[in-house]
Design a protein around this ligand. Structure first.
Ligand SMILES: C[S@@+](CC[C@H](N)C(=O)[O-])C[C@H]1O[C@@H](n2cnc3c(N)ncnc32)[C@H](O)[C@@H]1O
Length: 367
């Protein structure tokens, strides 16, 4: 008991240090001083809902486009799959209900999804969104109609993370979707930021094959289970891995952080989502992991900062077989101990990814 308390105390002290270790942002315009002050108090600005990619695409629509989307959705009585976390029981909703219940930024995201789903010409022309959807046998995080056009929530998370680190996506930037699957996030970012060059890689051959054939303008490549990749040193302005570092064992997690460091340019950023303490609560609430396992995970987070289980079995994750790819949880202390000072923690937000995974924006220090 004493040891646990001591460790928890150390964890808290380290957490305070985490805030201190946040690197000061590069100088920004005078008029943005309110944001700087706010950020100096807390790094959680990133946790405030912000949707730069969705807003950027949606701004290209006019009232008649939005009316056309609303008319199609309001007339659509079909039952559709509602995207659920992996392992959760399937859930269906009526399209009209999904539509009428969405408000604010969710409604704007739905406008884009349904513009693609209903193939509304004026929407497709103005947004550059594509209507193609991977077939059921090709890996994708969702095959639902509610995933048509791309993953706007995750695209927003990436764009917001970079903006929050004072490195918004800029013209000519090379940006890598690491572990892209069939490209749901990359395609949304490509539509929002046509001035950047998007890349995606993943060891899942069929997903990359489908993305290459169906998502023109994005460079997709099959990557190995273990580093290195085929990209040159210092090539990317930014890379992101959505639900990637939530799967590696400790050795492979570190090896891939090193590889990302190699291919990012100095001052470049990596966005990484991981399971953390809040994920324990998330899986507990949904009943997706046993109480005993969640207790073990909590203990491991206190003891070593890392928990891993190889959960995919002999057939692997959609055919990608690798004992070092399963499910992992990490503490903020682990991230600080293992990754800094080689990396700077430019931004961090607990459970920023769907109230589950923590999001880190790591910076390769400028040379
Ligand atoms: C949970 S999915 C997330 C996919 C994608 N990032 C998204 O959000 O739609 C995990 C992805 O990681 C890929 N993956 C498996 N092993 C990997 C590895 N060693 N390195 C990178 N990605 C890997 C899987 O094939 C799968 O596409």
């Amino acid at each position: 008991m004493g040891t646990l308390r001591q460790k928890a105390g150390t964890g808290k002290r380290r957490l305070k240090n985490a805030w201190r270790e946040l690197q000061p942002p590069p100088p920004i315009e005078q008029q943005d001083t309110a944001a700087v002050t706010e950020r100096a108090v807390t790094p959680q600005k990133f946790a405030i809902e912000s949707a730069p990619a969705t807003e950027r695409i949606h701004a290209r629509l006019d009232a008649s486009d939005v009316e056309a989307i609303a008319a199609a959705a309001n007339a659509d009585d079909t039952m559709i799959d509602f995207p659920v976390p992996p392992g959760a029981p399937p859930r269906q909703v009526r399209m009209t209900d999904a539509w009428s219940k969405a408000t604010g930024i969710e409604r704007k995201r739905l406008d884009l999804v349904l513009g693609a789903h209903y193939e509304i010409d004026s929407v497709l022309e103005k947004t550059g969104l594509l209507t193609v959807r991977p077939p059921e046998e090709v890996h994708a995080m969702t095959h639902s109609a509610l995933g048509a056009g791309g993953a706007f929530y995750q695209a927003d998370l990436v764009a917001d993370g970079l903006a929050s680190a004072r490195a918004p996506i800029a013209e000519g930037d090379n940006i890598l979707d690491f572990g892209s699957s069939s490209g749901r996030v990359t395609r949304a970012l490509a539509a929002a930021y046509p001035e950047a060059k998007l890349f995606g890689c993943d060891p899942n051959g069929p997903a990359i094959e489908w993305a290459t054939a169906n998502l023109p303008g994005i460079d997709f490549r099959v990557s190995p289970n273990d580093p290195p990749t085929s990209y040159e040193d210092n090539f990317f302005a930014a890379a992101f891995g959505i639900s990637i570092w939530s799967h590696y064992n400790e050795r492979l997690a570190l090896a891939w952080y090193d590889e990302m460091w190699r291919i990012l340019r100095p001052g470049g950023h990596l966005i990484s989502t991981t399971h953390g303490a809040q994920s324990v609560a998330f899986y507990g609430k949904l009943g997706l992991r046993s109480a005993q396992q969640l207790t073990d995970i909590k203990a491991a987070l206190y003891d070593t900062g890392y928990w891993y289980a190889a959960e995919f079995g002999k057939d692997g994750d959609w055919g990608v077989v690798n004992d070092e790819w399963g499910t992992s949880f990490v503490s903020q202390e682990w991230v600080l101990d293992k990754l800094t000072p080689k990396w700077e923690v430019a931004e961090y937000a607990t459970a920023r990814n769907e109230d589950n995974q923590d999001v880190y924006v790591l910076r390769k220090p400028a040379a």
